[in-house]
Design a binder for this molecule. Structure first.
Ligand SMILES: Cc1cc2nc3c(=O)[nH]c(=O)nc-3n(C[C@H](O)[C@H](O)[C@H](O)COP(=O)(O)OP(=O)(O)OC[C@H]3O[C@@H](n4cnc5c(N)ncnc54)[C@H](O)[C@@H]3O)c2cc1C
Length: 411
């Protein structure tokens, strides 16, 4: 008899799980309240970077002492909506605890296992359809104001080097050759080879969904209200049954997981982008502006600048200050840039206190498989998470230690 599965959530993680399950011969129903690729998804508005070298956890040694400076300095990309503090604290405490040296090294190894082959994972996922045309390969650069700033990043550079990512150093002359429109404020760069990016994350997701339907997958546009082991209840009163249920609802997964006895410790880390359509200039590949902590990515129709961390929960409206800061920072990087129109966006990173996703079955509902918590690198690792889910359902041997991502670890 054919195995059946319901995948909740059609962001990059759910789409990847749905496609790989379908390819494994499972009959899949994919459910989302919005269309795949719609702007409410984190998978729509991200910087599109496939960051193979993203092996640095968000919590690191010294952050506790740096946090007040970051929070109260208007030029720093960290914001907190103070009303959110009581709900945020149970996440913040373990988050800060994970910032000690030994733990950071351990998490970094677990991150590398998910990120190292991400460009290949995206190419394999998109192989059968139009989505492949949105994947690009190239370098990823970190821009610094000075060489001293680069050296001050020693901890991150050491973690990347340990994972096999050595920086190619660019002095001002080499940097200017690479990126002629760059302001003189940036004097140094570190280049990491063999990365990738998506030139239109929204269209990419929509194209993956089209492939999923073409190979027999069923998409249901509805809100999941309740979930149990093998059963899903929709807002319209309908109940669907399946052998396996994959919970891939991004930042919204926590509510459903809690109904199943899990304490997911999931925070909606709010991020913003300004997409400069018809930009007069595009850098050769994505870059991270280290002091401003945003990524600028050349995309299909312009330059997308995305970053900022704001803790404020899922329901508060977007804030103005992060966008104003992003706008000011873009000018500091490319002073002469012009563009025809712009789009501003806010979305939710599904983030855990240890920067690792929840992956695998729930203790109290073993037919429900979690696949959420991609935080800052969810676009990068989505295809791998999806493939691992399909391997679990198909009972294939998995050549990876899954313990660090265990779905019940905070419960
Ligand atoms: C500003 C910003 C920049 C980023 N840049 C990058 C980057 O460059 N590279 C990178 O790798 N990552 C990046 N990320 C992170 C990345 O975008 C996310 O981690 C990733 O997209 C999460 O994917 P997802 O599928 O888990 O969630 P989502 O894309 O948010 O999808 C979740 C889906 O589940 C659906 N859903 C949830 N609950 C229900 C329900 N009850 N019923 C029906 N449907 C439901 C939602 O409607 C949604 O469509 C960035 C994030 C932000 C905010």
């Amino acid at each position: 008899m054919t195995t059946t599965a319901i995948v909740i959530g059609a962001g990059i993680t759910g789409l990847s799980a749905a496609l790989w399950l379908q390819r494994a011969g499972v009959a899949v129903t994919l459910i989302d309240r919005i269309d795949p690729g719609a702007s409410e998804q984190a998978s729509y508005g991200n910087a599109g970077l496939l960051s193979r070298s993203a092996v640095i956890p968000s919590s690191y040694p010294g952050l506790l002492f740096k946090a007040p400076f970051l929070l109260f300095n208007r030029d720093q990309p960290l914001y907190l909506k103070w009303r959110h503090l009581p709900r945020f604290l149970p996440w913040l405490v373990p988050f800060l605890r994970n910032g000690h040296r030994a733990k950071v090294s351990e998490i970094s190894t677990a991150l590398a296992a998910l990120t190292h082959d991400s460009v290949e994972q995206h190419r394999a996922l998109a192989a059968d359809g139009a989505a492949a045309s949105y994947i690009k390969s190239g370098d990823y650069a970190y821009y610094y104001r000075t060489k001293a700033d680069y050296r001050a990043d020693a901890q991150g550079l050491a973690l990347r080097a340990k994972a096999g990512f050595e920086a190619v150093e660019l002095d001002r002359k080499a940097l200017k050759r690479r990126d002629p429109a760059l302001s003189d404020a940036y004097q140094f760069a570190a280049l990491f080879r063999d990365h990738g990016w998506i030139t239109s994350p929204g269209k990419y997701s929509a194209a993956l969904a089209k492939t999923f339907r073409e190979i027999g997958g069923v998409f249901v546009k509805s809100t999941v209200q309740d979930v149990a082991d093998g059963r899903v209840s929709l807002l319209n009163g309908e109940t669907l049954f399946a052998d396996k249920i994959v919970l891939a609802g991004g930042a919204w997964s926590g509510e459903l997981a809690r109904k199943l006895g899990q304490i997911p410790k999931l925070e909606a880390e709010r991020g913003y982008h300004i997409h400069l359509k018809g930009a007069s200039y595009l850098p050769p590949s994505p870059l991270m502006v280290s002091d401003a902590k945003f990524v600028a990515t050349p995309m299909e129709d312009g330059l997308r600048c995305a970053g900022i961390v704001e803790f404020g929960g899922l329901n508060a409206p977007p804030s103005d200050a992060p966008i104003a800061l992003l706008r000011k920072r873009i000018r500091q990087v490319y002073p002469d840039l012009t563009w025809q129109s712009e789009q501003v966006w806010m979305g939710f990173r599904p983030s855990t206190p240890d920067s690792l996703p929840h992956l695998g079955p729930l203790r109290d509902a073993p037919n429900v498989i979690c696949a959420f918590g991609g935080q800052h690198i969810g676009m990068t690792i989505g295809p791998k998470l999806g493939r691992l889910v399909a391997d679990m359902v198909a009972g294939r041997r998995i050549n990876l230690d899954l313990a660090p991502y265990e779905a019940n670890r905070f419960s």
